[in-house]
Design a protein around this ligand. Structure first.
Ligand code: ADP
Ligand code: MN
Ligand code: MN
Ligand code: MN
Length: 338
């Protein structure tokens, strides 16, 4: 007998921003396909997913990757949450994205998400002085040196873990605020990119644990003249990637301009603290799009404008957004016929 550890990971019911939870199931043999994994359950009254009586919730495995922390044949198992009677739990936003992906599958949507986050040492961002503030922003973005970047050991260990897990992890960079970093996943289909962002977040928290550091997706972790943290969502359809796709991208921007409030509603809690119009953002009360414009809601990358095809970047989502909801909203607005 060759036992393995399967870490069942799910998204809880905390509002306004859900958190990740996980627990370990020991299995008596290695598992390679998600369909070979047993369903499991948990006590929803401890995760804001049920009331005290009748509190059982069901975990249905939907995505497995290698567990880079435990190594060997151990696995991470991302799950959807269902009620005891088998109906979709209200906290399960992946179920809706499954329907939307199916509805618009002929568009062949691709997403690439830039996940920004801030490392914390207790109550202050990692590397910040115990009293007061570090030198003003300017030299930290993509910086090098012990006086410029803080937590590179954590960030490198996280990247290695994501690559070992087999995520389509495409890069990292140090951000504008010291202690703030970014990783990118994609391009992938809507369910794949979202599952991988949640797994990448779980790995970030888990890897940082071993360094005694915590990571937060708070969209504005420090008040004042310090950049917030976003989750720029890059999006393309088959038509946008084909010759002449720039016209499809412009039409998409026009559609997006008419659904600004609906999008902001699912782009993360407290995003108004981040989308101020300063710090490379567009005000939450405005919608603008433009080529290479980092002060716009939607940026059309320079290369896309030059090639006449490619993708658009929605700069509005906050770091704490739920990618299942963001991808669903994007596809409904851009791929929908209206
Ligand atoms: P930025 O210049 O905004 O910092 P990054 O290099 O951090 O850009 O991220 C670019 C993102 O765009 C990546 O997540 C990548 O996967 C994604 N991407 C690249 N090509 C496409 C495409 N055709 N459709 C959707 N996303 C894409
Ligand atoms: Mn980026
Ligand atoms: Mn960034
Ligand atoms: Mn970006």
């Amino acid at each position: 007998m060759h036992t393995i550890m399967a870490e069942y990971i799910w998204i809880d019911g905390q509002k306004p921003t859900a958190k990740l939870r996980s627990k370990t199931k020991v299995l008596d043999q290695p598992v390679h396909h998600v369909s070979d994994l047993p369903e499991w359950g948990f006590d929803g009254s401890s995760t804001m997913q049920a009331h005290g009586h009748d509190s059982d919730c069901r975990l249905k495995p939907v995505c497995i990757v290698k567990d880079p922390v435990r190594g060997g044949d151990n696995i991470l198992v991302l799950c959807e949450v269902f009620n005891a009677d088998g109906s979709v739990h209200e906290s399960n936003s992946r179920a809706h994205l499954r329907e939307i992906s199916e509805l618009y599958k002929e568009h062949e949507s691709w997403f690439g998400i830039e996940q920004e986050y801030t490392l914390f040492d207790g109550i202050k961002p990692l590397g910040w002085p115990d009293n007061g503030f570090p030198a003003p922003q300017g030299g930290y973005y993509c910086g090098v040196g012990a006086d410029e970047v803080f937590g590179r050991d954590v960030v490198e260990a996280h990247m290695e873990a994501c690559l070992k897990a087999g995520l389509l992890f495409c890069g990292i960079n140090a951000e504008v605020m010291p202690g703030q970093w970014e990783f990118q996943i994609g391009p992938l289909g809507p369910l794949e990119v979202s599952d991988q962002i949640w797994l990448g977040r779980w790995l970030l928290y888990r890897v940082a644990e071993d360094f005694g550091v915590s990571a937060t997706l708070n969209p504005k972790p420090v008040k004042g003249d310090w950049n917030g943290a976003g989750a720029h969502t890059n999006f393309s359809t088959k038509a946008m990637r084909a010759d002449g796709g720039i016209d499809v991208i412009t039409q998409a921007c026009e559609k997006l301009s008419k659904r600004h409030e609906e999008h902001i509603a699912v782009y993360g809690a407290e995003n108004e603290r981040r989308l101020t119009g300063l710090h490379e953002t567009c005000s939450i009360h405005e919608f603008k799009y433009g080529v290479s414009d980092r002060g716009a809601s939607i940026r059309i990358p320079m290369a896309t404008a030059k090639d006449g095809k490619g993708y658009l970047e929605d700069r509005r989502p906050a770091a704490n957004m739920d990618p299942y909801q963001v991808c669903a909203m994007m596809m409904k607005t851009v791929c929908g016929n209206w």
